[in-house]
Ligand binder design. Structure first.
Ligand code: GLA
Length: 381
């Protein structure tokens, strides 16, 4: 097995203040070869509470093991056992972006077009005439450089000037670290020409465990009074709308399946939830560090697992796995049907480069894009 014959690099660092030591080990193994012969690595971060696998192909989370209320461990993210599964999706034109870092611009840009300082740019459209997740060969499809750091791994990528049509050479770092029962992701990027960025993680969670069925009984809270309604191409129509009185109101914990089939135009367009919620307290959110705030809380009554998502980002895309159609078989050997997992993509709002009223995603030379998202796991009765 690929996991077993991995390289030997192991590092243990001691964490924690006041003498409370929680060890994080980082090991590196072979995750398989890309079609061009390059090898993708798998870094495994492990402490007493969590074990997280991250590959250099797309800097993606491929596994995330955590305990339920009875102490039983399960892998709570969707994905594959080696790089082959991820490559095969791309080749079959069935990309799910399981666990990947998406960019340079995660989510959609209308027609793949935008301009900066009067210069027009075109990203090749790859989703109903719009650009999705940075175009056909976005960051999910790049081999990143992994480097062990205290308590985790730093994934870095240099996206060249003109990569997928975006201006400027962009140097990106995504640092994954573990602290007790939390996975912290710190994003940063710099550019040598004005450009736009929207970089996030696209993990699909199922708190009952990968391959265990749908997420419809999982109970979601979103810290948002407003969301951004979309047109048929899932591009925001402009403006923020209150969630009050709609199936988009997750201010009180609500099972995901409770309203997903209501005769609501927005739900119909997306085949479920696939929208951006405007986080309360988002502030200007203009590529500044921003303040950490609650984005989402997900509770699984079956296992008792709870995932709490906090972020500096101004929005979160809650996507209920609507496009999974039973044709892809994952790690557990189970086909992923509709709603088999859900994403909570902390982000800037979709199509921001064309929507001046949204927090800006512009990044200029001399500035650093910086954002942080934390996934914290706990259990509840
Ligand atoms: C994002 C999008 C969805 C879908 C998935 C990938 O979450 O918003 O519409 O494209 O990525 O399938």
């Amino acid at each position: 097995m690929r996991f077993a014959r991995g390289l030997v690099l192991a590092m243990t660092t001691m964490l924690g203040a006041q003498g409370a030591m929680a060890a994080v080990t980082v090991t590196k193994a072979d995750f398989g070869k890309l079609p061009d012969g390059r090898t993708a690595d798998l870094y495994t971060l492990k402490n007493a509470d969590l074990e997280v696998g991250i590959t250099t192909y797309g800097a993606r989370i491929v596994s995330l093991k955590t305990r339920d209320r009875d102490g039983k461990v399960a892998d709570v993210v969707l994905g594959y056992n080696s790089v082959d599964g991820y490559v095969a999706e791309g080749a079959a034109n069935k990309k799910t972006y399981f666990g990947a870092i998406v960019g340079r611009y995660g989510n959609r840009i209308r027609a793949g077009k935008f301009s900066i300082d009067g210069h027009a740019y075109q990203i090749p459209p790859n989703n109903n005439g719009n650009a999705l997740h940075g175009g056909p060969h976005g960051f999910d499809d790049q081999l990143w450089t992994g480097k062990q750091i205290p308590d985790g791994v730093d994934m870095s990528l240099v996206s060249k000037d003109g990569d997928m049509g975006f201006p400027g050479t962009l140097t990106v770092h995504v640092r994954y670290t573990l602290t007790d029962s939390a996975v912290q992701i710190v994003y940063s990027a710099t550019t040598d020409k004005p450009t736009v960025t929207n970089i996030t993680n696209h993990a699909y969670f199922n708190l009952s465990g990968d391959g265990s069925g749908t997420i419809l009984n999982e109970v979601l809270t979103l810290n948002a009074d407003q969301y951004t309604p979309v047109d048929a191409g899932l591009i925001p129509v402009g403006g923020l709308k209150p969630v009050e009185g709609t199936p988009f109101d997750f201010r009180k914990a609500t099972p995901i399946g409770e309203r997903i089939n209501q005769p609501n135009e927005q739900l119909k367009i997306a085949g479920g939830y696939d929208h951006n919620w405007v986080l309360n307290g988002a502030g200007a959110g203009k590529n500044t560090p921003g303040e950490m705030k609650l984005a989402a809380k997900l509770y699984d009554p079956k296992s008792g697992r709870v995932l709490t998502v906090t972020t500096t980002q101004p929005g979160v895309q809650f996507y209920s796995g609507n496009f999974l159609d039973g044709t892809l078989k994952g790690k557990a050997g189970v086909a992923y049907q509709k709603y088999a997992g859900l994403c909570l993509e902390t982000q800037h709002y979709p199509d921001s480069p064309n929507q001046p009223a949204f927090p800006s995603t512009l990044l200029k030379p001399g500035e650093t894009m910086h954002s942080t998202t934390v996934f914290t796991f706990s259990t509840q009765k």
